[in-house]
Design a protein around this ligand. Structure first.
Ligand code: OAD
Length: 410
């Protein structure tokens, strides 16, 4: 390997595998053909053998191979010796090699409907887009939550869910949080579709990033549901960790005020009373007790309630990690719905799946180049799932669940 590197860095002349003049520029058609042939070779040889064949056997330079694979290096690399580009090439070839390839037999909606009808263990990943038809905004659309936070002067809108900022100043979150609370019971046709999968016995699990807990209203069973980012179902005190049902802080949330922990407040009142009545007596439990008593009175973050949603900077629930590693091996179809797939680790679920498991993406916008879904059905997800249900012959069951979920104002 070292020898090959040295030989390479000395700028040995390279043989270009064309029958024509090796120095001649490729036409665009030739470039495309060359890229296709090389990519096929990468897939059949794997990155190590590919590099040996094309780089170390001196057919191409690292720079040329990067070019063939469409990587345009920044100007700063213009004078870089070719050997210094080999590690970049290795990383990129490994990335390309490991990237999922679309399955050849899934090209149309009818193909995916066949897969849907045959699947027995469907893993569904959902995001904010499945609740927008209920009037709950998503995060990253042009009219989403993150576009409306200007007045808070956050350096990044995602700071709304930053645990450090919340500890420092929970009023920013609570000024806004009323907009995150579902104002009505009921669920969308997309929630109904997932419930239909459950009723048909083919829902392996729903991984939702949503904190609105509408899945519960749709009747998704607790053991079928992973609320990856927590939910408003419960709330806990930052100080004593005491947990309460989420609805007990809804009034504060609706009023835009910071909810306080009753338990910590009682302690505060007791300690204030006892310190004034025992003003001349020494504290019995010594310095530590004194300090915590003072903290309870003085620190603004003491006794603040927080809904049990996972903020950036907090650990995801442990059931996510263990369950997803099991489920990836059981699933026979992955469907991602109404998510931009921008937030890890949920965004990594498609890459975790075995390569032969079909992947369907349903949302308004494409998931982007880093994903290789077999099919992307772009548009309003409620309409898309309706048409999937119809084509699968499940329309009656679907419609019955949809009807039960129509919004009733609370
Ligand atoms: P995003 O707002 O990032 O993405 C929602 C996606 O759904 C967007 O790409 C929309 O185009 C699409 N969409 C909206 N309405 C739709 C509709 N009716 N039909 C089809 N598609 C629709 O939301 P998430 O991907 O869920 O964290 O965001 C992930 C996480 O980022 C959230 O869980 C949140 C946020 O920080 C927490 O709440 C803690």
């Amino acid at each position: 390997m070292l020898e090959a590197l040295e030989k390479h860095s000395q700028g040995h002349r390279r043989r270009v595998p064309d029958d024509t003049d090796p120095e001649a520029e490729d036409t665009p058609a030739q470039s495309t053909l060359k890229a296709t042939v090389l990519r096929q070779d990468l897939m059949s040889l794997g990155p190590d053998l590919f590099i040996k064949k094309y780089l170390y056997d001196d057919l191409y330079s690292a720079r040329e191979l990067l070019g063939v694979f469409g990587i345009n290096l920044p100007d700063a690399f213009d004078e870089a010796p070719d050997a210094s580009l080999i590690s970049v090439l290795e990383i990129l070839l490994n990335r390309d090699y490991n990237k999922r390839q679309k399955l050849a037999h899934i090209k149309t909606i009818d193909d995916i409907v066949k897969v849907l009808q045959q699947s027995k263990q469907i893993l569904v990943v959902t995001g904010a887009g499945i609740s927008t038809s209920l009037g709950i905004p998503d995060f990253r659309s042009s009219d989403g939550i993150y576009s409306t936070l200007g007045k808070y002067n956050l350096s990044d809108p995602q700071e709304l869910f930053d645990i450090w900022l919340f500890r420092q100043d929970p009023s920013i979150f609570y000024d806004f949080a009323k907009r995150l609370l579902p104002e009505a019971r009921g669920y969308s046709p997309t929630h109904a579709f997932i419930r239909l999968l459950q009723d048909r016995g083919i829902l392996l699990r729903q991984y939702t990033q949503n904190i609105d807990d509408i899945e519960s209203a749709a009747g998704i069973l607790a053991d079928k549901l992973i609320q990856c980012h927590g939910s408003f179902k419960t709330a806990s005190c930052l100080t004593c960790k005491g947990s309460v049902p989420g609805h007990t802080i809804f009034r504060d949330i609706r009023n835009g005020t910071v909810p306080k922990c009753t338990l910590c407040n009682e302690t505060r009142i007791k300690s204030q009373t006892s310190s004034s009545s025992k003003a001349h007596k020494p504290l019995k439990r010594g310095r530590e007790w004194e300090t915590s008593e003072t903290e309870i009175e003085d620190t603004p973050g003491i006794g603040i309630m927080k809904p049990d949603i996972t903020f950036f900077g907090e650990q995801l629930a442990t059931d996510f990690k263990t369950q997803v590693l099991e489920d990836r091996l059981k699933a026979d179809l992955l469907i991602c719905i109404g998510t931009s797939l921008r937030v890890a680790p949920v965004a990594g679920i498609p890459a975790l799946m075995p390569r032969d498991v079909p992947q369907l993406f349903i949302s308004r916008e494409s998931a982007g180049k880093e994903y290789a879904f077999d099919l992307e059905l772009l548009g309003a997800c409620d309409e898309t799932v309706q048409s999937l249900a119809e084509k699968a012959g499940w329309e009656t069951g679907f419609q019955a669940i949809v009807d039960r979920g129509r919004i009733r104002n609370v």
